[in-house]
Design a protein around this ligand. Sequence first.
Ligand code: DC
Length: 223
Amino acid sequence: MYSIAIDGPAGSGKSTVAKQIAKKLGILYIDTGAMYRTVGLYCLENNIDLSDEKKINTILPKINMKIELLEGKQEIYLNGEKVTEKIRTQEAGKAASDVAVIFSVREKLVQIQRDLAQGHSVIMDGRDIGTNVLPNATVKIYLDASVEERTKRRCNELKWLGKNYDAERIKLEIIERDKNDKNRKYNPLKKAKDATLLDTSSMNIEQVVNKILEIIKRKIEIL
Ligand code: DC
């Protein structure tokens, strides 16, 4: 059994490559950002101020999150409602980043993440996987890419979905999200000392997937 931790900023390509690797290796994919997004969505839908830590502490027990894992796919339910697609908005992403600074939120979600990883080979992506959730992961990867490249990827995604966008605004949102995720008090985004840094700015998805598979195979062979 082994575990792979993939961390990196918004738009670095974590989830796309992690899903493909999970399928290729026949292991479970765990998307931890989706869990923060689900808490963010609950707050948005219930008009809870995202910076009201006291209020969020009291409503947390009301958030019942259920996660179904398949190879390369994760479904997430919020109090019985499937929200896998609903949480994939810019607004929910921003709300996720805001609630992720709160200690009680992190404590609850990290526990769920560790429980899910128990007894399986997994690839898990997020911001604090190599540094906090799975500190003994077999392989740790830190994916990065320039702000310009991440902006371009996000715009292409929106174009592909047929949605309107303002590239300058997307860029500012990415900068803001980086700032929030890297500077929070509890388990901020940073590269674990023993993680391999991969700058994907000039790589395509296939190249990133192959590079990570190479690193995993090398590591597992010597274990
Ligand atoms: O990966 P994502 O865009 O779905 O994550 C949304 C937000 O959730 C991200 O900006 C910060 C937070 N997050 C976190 O704090 N820790 C994680 N392990 C995963 C996500």
